[in-house]
Write a protein that binds this ligand. Structure first.
Ligand code: IVH
Length: 708
């Protein structure tokens, strides 16, 4: 854009101020934001830019000069003795270096220590303690005035009511109240269930919370403290506000240690760094750790460790020069839900998905997201054409969280599941016991394509080069009906076949044709897949409810592919880990003529693995059932699980009394507690490595590990 005139800048800055004030109100007061943090930041940055170029346009009440909206009237107002400041933002290493340079210039030297802590995504609180007793808790509000939410904060387990040790006469600490991710999921699931009941009773559903931050804010602001008490809230204290009758430590890390010693919850992962480079490394660590944490963080906070320098460094507006926030890419954005379409899965289940106006979330471009099922859409109240909040955390598939209902203009369309399969037109069936809707036609082209993709996928038969695009072509050209047909494909049939672009790829992507080299490679890979283990083959068949784990158990039991045809419901129920639903699904599958024919076709093409390595009865871990939990150092959990299976062991997902032992990595979660409760032996990663290498004998080890 050309440089605006002063007049244009004034109009735009007025517009931006009113927009930002509106969003502040939605965020801070109503706990119901309409735009993502990143979009809000964009508005703020634009306003800051304009005010930077035209300082005469800055008004005292400009949002750039404030930190939030005025408090709700429901709670008594608390005047903060020392205002709660905000933080400047850095979006790159360059921004951070520039912040460091500015601080160094003011300080007169650049070799000062820094601290890093997570920027927990919750809401700021100021807690006052008198003679070691918690007497007042207030929200940040506009930084000068907050809301008195003492009664609600008293219900949060991690806020101590009394402190330990030598405590100042009166002092205030600041921290972030947040809701754990797992707690948030449980709470939203409970609201969802309640809504289903409300729906049956013809009542309006309660809105779901968009994210843990909103849920925390909504929970702290409840009029009834009993409601707050039922919400899974916690706090991390990150700052000292003011102190009467006590010491003021001369460094931030000492402050945190001191607060911790009094019993206040400080983040255990805060660190001191001798240099900026060291701090940057830690920030990258936080960026990676972010998805593993059970609480949301939107960045890392970097502070000058020497608190004596803070006053001298001062602030710019409401942002101190001695601290800054390094922001990570946002994991939620708002975008338009262009349409709701339906995908037909390999077992015929119809799954709706969202076609979105492309948006970058968590650093990746998102233009499609699963919507799970009809109920999910209804529970969230989504309509085609809505502006929606989209979320993506780490590698997790993007999700549509909620619609922004206030932005509706009446053109949005309610959605319902089609009555006919979008691929073959067969009337769909609803399974009353499950939420799923199916296409019952096993000859449905979409199902054939999906089954083929699954059959060829990694973890199944692992046929390289046979992805979504080619599977569709093979079915469309009538070359493949069932996976067994793959083994009859010839060079001439394949040469020159078009490979369609992946769904969701750019529309302008060109159709690529199979050339000589890809055909030879594909045929070699198809041939090579004949050597896959029985467990992988059973998984590859795509029988409903037969995942990796069940396939491995079955392979162990059956020992060969033809044995699958002889399975009965009763015999399957005797197999460990196979319940009535899985047994029924397998027998239904086996009963179908086309499936029996496929098995005999597979056998005819020479595929007949025996129990295979994963079903091996004489490996190092033969007969043992192992559960792996937590983060492992030397290889991924998947990698270990494959090694265990190769050694003849069975890998389980849940710890039961029959689990032989549980391998415990870092941050193991509830499986460790369950193992201890059931008296199942636990071993560490290095012991597992010793077992896998044969250095330690599993039998002897288990004799040594007492089962309580
Ligand atoms: S220090 C002047 N440390 O981020 C410095 N803030 O964008 C005051 N926040 O209002 C804040 N984790 O609500 C600090 N470890 C942390 C934080 C943190 C989260 C929040 C806090 C603050 C906002 C500023």
């Amino acid at each position: 854009m050309d440089e605006p005139t002063q007049y244009e800048a004034r109009l735009r800055s007025e517009e931006l101020r009113s927009l930002i004030n509106y969003h502040n109100h939605r965020y801070y007061v109503l706990d119901s934001p309409e735009v993502s943090d990143a979009e809000y930041d964009e508005l703020m940055n634009e306003l800051r830019g304009l005010e930077g170029r035209f300082p005469e346009l800055i008004t005292p009440d400009s949002p750039t000069q404030r930190t939030g909206a005025a408090p709700l009237e429901t709670f008594a107002v608390v005047e903060h003795r020392v205002p709660l400041l905000s933080l400047s933002n850095c979006f790159s290493e360059d921004d951070l270096r520039a912040w460091h340079r500015r601080a160094a210039e003011r300080a007169g030297h650049e070799d000062f220590s820094l601290t890093t802590e997570p920027k927990v995504d919750g809401l700021a609180m100021a807690l006052v303690y008198e003679n070691g007793r918690f007497v007042q808790g207030a929200t940040r509000g506009d930084g000068q005035h907050g809301e008195n939410v003492t009664a609600n904060l008293r219900t949060i387990p991690s806020i101590p009511h009394t402190l330990e040790g030598t405590v100042p006469a009166r002092f205030e600490v600041r921290g972030e109240v947040y809701m754990s991710r797992s707690g948030f999921e449980r709470m939203n699931a409970a609201i969802g269930e309640m809504n289903e009941e409300r729906e049956r009773e013809g009542k309006r559903p309660h809105p779901l919370y968009a994210n843990p931050r909103n849920a925390a804010a909504g929970s702290v602001r409840q009029k009834d403290p009993a409601v707050t008490a039922a919400r899974p809230l916690a706090i991390f204290i990150y700052q000292l506000g003011w102190v009467e009758g006590g010491p003021t430590p001369t460094s931030h890390h000492e402050t945190l240690a001191w607060l911790g010693a009094m019993g206040l919850p400080v983040n255990p992962d805060a660190r001191v760094h001798p240099s900026l480079g060291d701090a940057i490394q830690r920030i990258h660590w936080w960026g990676q750790e972010r998805d593993r944490l059970d609480y949301d963080i939107d960045g890392a906070v970097v502070k000058v460790d020497d608190t004596r320098a803070w006053e001298e460094l001062g602030a710019v507006g409401r942002e101190p020069r001695w601290a800054t926030a390094f922001k990570f890419p946002p994991q939620q954005r708002t975008t338009r839900l262009l349409a709701i379409e339906v995908n037909v899965g390999r077992t015929g289940v119809l799954t709706p998905f969202a076609v979105l106006e492309p948006v970058v979330v968590g650093g990746a471009r998102v233009q499609m997201a699963t919507l799970h099922n009809e109920q999910d859409i209804r529970r969230k109240g989504l309509r085609a054409g809505d502006m929606v909040i989209v979320q993506r955390a780490g590698e997790v598939i993007p999700q549509v969280v909620a619609p922004v209902t206030s932005l509706r203009n009446g053109s949005e369309q309610e959605w319902s599941m089609p009555n006919r399969c979008p691929s073959c037109g067969t009337p769909v069936q609803r399974d009353p016991a499950e939420v799923a809707v199916y296409c019952p036609n096993s000859g449905c082209p979409a199902q054939r394509v999906r089954l083929l993709e699954h059959f060829a996928s990694r973890g199944a038969m692992d046929i390289e080069g046979l992805g979504e695009g080619l599977a569709e072509t093979l079915v469309e050209h009538g070359l493949v009906r069932t996976p067994a047909d793959l083994y009859r494909l010839t060079y001439d049939q394949l040469l020159g076949l078009p490979r369609k672009p992946k769904a969701g790829a750019n529309v302008s992507s060109r159709v690529v044709r199979l050339r000589k080299r890809s055909v030879s490679r594909l045929l070699a890979s198809i041939d090579g897949s004949k050597q896959q283990t029985l467990a992988k083959l059973l998984f590859a068949l795509g029988i409903r409810h037969v995942g990796h784990e069940t396939a491995a158990v079955l392979a162990h039991e059956l020992g060969s592919l033809p044995a699958l045809l002889g399975c009965t419901y009763e015999s399957l129920l005797n197999v460990e880990g196979v319940g009535p639903v899985v047994a029924r699904s397998i027998t239904d599958w086996v009963a179908r003529d086309e499936n029996r024919r496929m098995i005999s076709d597979l056998l005819e093409t020479g595929i007949n693995p025996n129990g295979g390595s994963s079903g091996s009865r004489d490996g190092l871990l033969a007969g043992l059932s192992v559960v792996v939990t937590g983060r492992l150092e030397t290889m991924s959990r998947n990698g270990f699980e494959t090694r265990i299976q190769e050694a003849g062991g069975r890998v389980g997902n849940t710890v039961t009394k029959t689990t032989s032992f549980v391998v415990i990595g870092a941050d193991p979660g509830t499986k460790l507690a369950r193992a201890q409760a059931l008296g199942v032996p636990t071993i560490d990663e290095s012991t597992l490595l010793s077992l896998l290498s044969g250095r330690v004998d599993a039998g002897e080890l288990l004799l040594g590990l007492q089962r309580s």
